[in-house]
Design a protein around this ligand. Structure first.
Ligand SMILES: NC(=O)C1=CN([C@@H]2O[C@H](COP(=O)(O)OP(=O)(O)OC[C@H]3O[C@@H](n4cnc5c(N)ncnc54)[C@H](OP(=O)(O)O)[C@@H]3O)[C@@H](O)[C@H]2O)[C@@H](O)CC1
Ligand SMILES: Nc1ncnc2c1ncn2[C@@H]1O[C@H](COP(=O)(O)OP(=O)(O)O)[C@@H](O)[C@H]1O
Length: 504
């Protein structure tokens, strides 16, 4: 329940939301192809989203715009009732409003039907009403989109513009919701930090904290969303006292058959700034690694030099296990690394090895599945359902089942920690959808762990660095980089991250 102090803030927040949304429409209207004379129809629902709509209508009328309010249900909350009262214009019931074809083509409908409180199925009459217009703007969320996951109910009307109130919501950044929000523009709102928790409790969909926003002690262990950016984590800076060991040692288990993946992981680790990268590989497959990376150390595994022997070196604390590995190679290495209490990034082959058995991953520091790998490991109906409809909760549940930080990769990667922190990454590029790009990422996670970052922060930093490198490589390669091109940009990405994190 929301406390009294936070409750008292709500009318002011609704006023700011509605006024800000009106300002946004006035500013962005021309870009949407709307003239000054364009009619605005606000479709107001029964909750506070509808309340925002009434406030917006009042501000548009004050700005002398032609605005009509259509009601899809009497206001049910005190706030919405007050907003309705303060609107002095007519309110036309949905059933009796007859828009003409000119309005459909030239006017804009403001979708204030449902926002964060939507659940279940979208009622067909208001959904069809919204669909009828050429131009649409949403308040908070297009109606029918889940604010937490971005899941869309059938019949959602895509908008060109969405007003985000104070903070972004996960559903505005995650597919498929992201695709129907159009351009998401933040309406600034004065929201005291201590009330954020109460707002989250009061409204059914989460908001995204900015990197520097404090999480109160009572929120520890609860689901909390963050937008991934420098400042949420801090990469160590270079100092004159550094040596290669202080910058971190990353060891990669090299595959004998598919050596390319291990080599790309090695490249990711080295390019993102680890001091020393090594590969442990069966002697008969070592040459490709030796020839491929002059600055890396290749440890040839023989009957007399085993993985156990290598683990006697305590500086080799961080391992990447999975890229390019067969199940038998994973079986011979992953349990050994865990038994030696090493920090392990479990990717690719290790995830395949744990198909249907997530408990096999317990002990890993970070797991990095893409959707296919996720579905193989976590193959219960509940987890498959979450994967389809709620990626943040899917990643969180995976983190809790394995005890590891879970990076659920995709165009909107999600990084979840067992303690409830979930970061959503939007800093990436479509150019990353190329074979080997995930292998590069596993090495970057290794570097961030090896330098002493905690697993969630390390994973978030790695995903951001990888995304930044992907953007830069895409720009350099006309949109079509190779995984190697992405790796080549990681040093500059780290330089940029350390500059930005100072500002954050
Ligand atoms: N966060 C903030 O700080 C601020 C948030 N603000 C605003 O508050 C909004 C959230 O308001 P909200 O909680 O009242 O929910 P809202 O989206 O209006 O819907 C609830 C109503 O819809 C109904 N309903 C739901 N689904 C339905 C369905 N399928 N079919 C039919 N009916 C359905 C539901 O019915 P019930 O479940 O109660 O039967 C209830 O009546 C948020 O999006 C933002 O715009 C701002 O004012 C300022 C600050
Ligand atoms: N459209 C996209 N936009 C942003 N990032 C993407 C996109 N497609 C893939 N990625 C990223 O690229 C990487 C691909 O990893 P993965 O599928 O494991 O590739 P591979 O196994 O070939 O190395 C992941 O980090 C993922 O988040």
């Amino acid at each position: 329940m929301m406390d009294k102090a936070a409750g008292a803030l709500l009318p002011a927040l609704m006023e700011q939301a509605g006024a800000g949304a009106a300002r946004l429409l006035l500013e962005r209207g021309p870009e949407l192809g709307l003239g000054e004379q364009a009619r605005v129809v606000v479709l107001a629902g029964p909750g506070n989203n509808g309340g925002d709509g009434y406030v917006m209508a009042r501000h548009l009328a004050t700005a002398r715009r032609d605005v009509t309010v259509v009601s899809a249900g009497e206001p049910r909350t005190e706030l919405a009732k007050a907003a309705r009262q303060a609107w002095s214009g007519a309110v036309i019931p949905l059933a009796s409003f007859q828009p003409d074809s000119l309005l459909h083509a030239e006017g804009i409908v403001v979708d204030a039907l449902f926002g964060a409180g939507f659940k279940g199925d979208l009622p067909s009459a208001p959904a069809a009403f919204l669909q009828g217009f050429k131009h649409r703007m949403a308040l908070d969320m297009p109606s029918g989109v889940d604010g937490l996951s971005g899941d869309c109910a059938p019949g959602v009307a895509p908008c060109q513009l969405t007003a985000a109130f104070g903070r972004l919501r996960p559903g505005q950044l995650l597919l498929p919701g992201k695709a129907v929000c159009g351009v998401v523009k933040a309406v600034p709102m004065t929201m005291p930090p201590e009330s954020i928790q109460a707002m989250e409790d009061a409204f059914p969909a989460a908001i995204l904290r900015t990197p520097t926003e404090p999480v109160p002690a009572e929120a520890e262990g609860l689901l909390r969303f963050f937008h991934n950016a420098p400042g949420l984590w801090r990469l160590p800076l270079q100092t004159p006292l550094d040596n290669k060991y202080t910058r971190g040692v990353v060891s990669v288990i090299g595959g004998g058959v598919m050596s390319g993946a291990g080599r790309l992981s090695l490249m990711g680790a080295r390019r993102s700034g680890c001091g020393l990268a090594r590969v442990a590989v069966q002697a008969q497959s070592a040459m490709i690694y030796i020839l491929g990376a002059a600055g890396a150390i290749i440890d040839e595994l023989t009957p007399s030099v085993t993985l156990q022997t290598l683990l006697e070196d305590k500086r080799r604390h961080t391992w990447v296990c999975g890229p390019g590995l067969t199940s038998s190679e994973v079986m011979a290495s992953f349990p050994v690394l865990l038994a030696a209490k090493r920090q392990v990034v479990a990717d690719a082959g290790t995830l395949d090895w744990a198909a249907g058995a997530p408990e096999k991953l317990r002990g890993a520091a970070v797991i990095t599945p893409h959707a296919g790998e996720f579905a193989r490991v976590f193959n219960t109906p509940r987890m498959l359902g979450l994967l389809k409809r709620n990626r943040p909760l899917a990643a969180l549940e995976a983190a809790r089942l394995t005890g590891a930080v879970c990076v659920l990769k995709g165009s909107d990667s999600v990084v979840a920690a067992p303690d409830g922190r979930v970061a959503i990454n939007t800093h990436a590029s479509d150019g990353l959808a190329t074979a080997g790009s995930g292998d590069v990422l596993s090495g970057v996670v290794g570097t961030c762990l090896a330098v002493g970052m905690a697993p969630w922060e390390a994973a978030c930093a790695a995903v951001w660095l990888h995304g930044q490198a992907g953007q830069a490589a895409s720009a350099r390669e006309g949109g079509w980089p190779l995984a190697e091109d992405v790796a080549a940009e990681l040093g500059r990405a780290r330089g940029l991250a350390t500059t930005l994190q100072q500002a954050g």
